[in-house]
Design a binder for this molecule. Structure first.
Ligand code: AHG
Ligand code: MN
Ligand code: MN
Length: 332
């Protein structure tokens, strides 16, 4: 008999003696991801493609679906009584749960539509989420309550809207993957205990930024592209989807290294990807699957955030390759 995501979570929580609050929150998140899968899948049939004509707090042009998916995620999770507040890549400020709903003990951060530059060309996109505990004694959370190192996440996950819709998550006991069966409307456990191989011969980076990278990343990519003729024991392949969710999913499936490193393109930015909505949840998933995740200089999950929309360099995936890049930073 196949196991649904909800059954999986209830059984896992039962072992931990949990109250059911967490299961309730997850169930609201699952419902949001199913609704987003539906909107993304219908595309132009329901007129959701194209630009919204607005900008988010990071100065990026919003797609209609960035706004729609943000609303779906908020509306699906605000009412349940499990959250005290939430924060999103697409909202300037944190969103405390309105007084008309009960407040719960968790904080939620999310990137409602990751890879949104791909949506109009019908390439995979995703949703990334992270659950933190609201600090003890705090009933009216502020931004600073969200500034917790990634190692404190209670749960992290993503939904991938690709040829199949999948939901992959960790609660700190490994990583499990579920596929949406549209006929019955349930996510079914199809990828139990996903593991990232320690070695790989596939790297992912936006090569157009090459001239802006620092020396350690230049060196690493140069060696990969030279392969056997450049001192590595093997030749490498390259991929770049421009949807982090799709890249991480590929790495969870067959290994690889993903880099959005520090670059000097815009010296005001420490990196492109956002710590609370992208880097932290993906780092927890990758580490729980046996991989590694670093800025090049520091383990991402150890970073003490100092602002909500903080950006960080990200180097994650197969452990031996990430360790190699980190080693190049140490030697530099
Ligand atoms: P988002 O669509 O949420 O803004 O995130 C896009 C991110 C990430 O998913 C991807 O890896 C990266 O930006 C792609 O950046 P480039 O367009 O610079 O390649
Ligand atoms: Mn994103
Ligand atoms: Mn996004």
């Amino acid at each position: 008999m196949s196991k649904s995501l909800i059954q999986f979570i209830i059984e896992e929580q039962r072992h931990m003696g949990a109250s059911g609050d967490f299961t309730g929150l997850l169930s609201d998140i699952i419902s949001a991801c199913k609704q987003i899968a539906h909107a993304v899948n219908k595309g132009d049939l329901i007129g959701v493609l194209g630009s919204a004509g607005s900008e988010n707090v990071q100065g990026e042009t919003q797609k209609k679906l960035d706004v729609i998916t943000n609303d779906i995620f908020m509306q699906s999770t605000e009412w349940g009584g499990h959250l005290a507040a939430m924060a999103s890549e697409e909202m300037d400020e944190i969103y405390p749960i309105p007084a008309k709903y009960p407040r719960g003990k968790y904080l939620l951060t999310f990137d409602p539509l990751d890879g949104s530059s791909n949506i109009d060309v019908n390439i995979s996109v995703g949703t990334i989420f992270s659950i933190l505990r609201c600090p003890d004694g705090v009933s009216n959370p502020t931004e600073k309550d969200f500034l917790q190192p990634g190692a404190k996440q209670v749960c992290a996950g993503y939904a991938l809207y690709g040829p199949s819709t999948m939901l992959v998550l960790t609660t700190g006991h490994g990583v499990d993957g579920f596929t949406l069966d549209r006929d019955i409307g349930e996510f079914i456990l199809t990828h139990p205990q996903m593991k990232i191989p320690a070695d790989t011969s596939e790297f992912a980076i936006n090569m157009s930024n090459r001239r802006y990278w620092e020396a350690p990343v230049q060196r690493y990519v140069e060696e990969c592209t030279k392969g056997k003729e450049g001192g590595r024991e093997k030749n490498f392949n390259m991929r770049w989807v421009a949807s982090m969710v799709a890249e991480v999913h590929r790495i969870l499936t067959r290994g690889g290294i993903f880099m959005y490193p520090f670059d000097t393109k815009d010296p005001a930015k420490a990196g492109k990807l956002r710590l609370l909505y992208e880097a932290n949840p993906m780092s927890l998933i990758v580490e729980q699957a046996g991989g590694a995740s670093s800025t090049g200089r520091q383990r991402i999950l150890d970073i003490q955030p100092d602002e909500l929309h903080q950006r960080v360099p990200v180097i994650l995936g197969s452990k031996n390759e990430v360790d190699r890049v980190v080693g190049y930073h140490q030697g530099a």
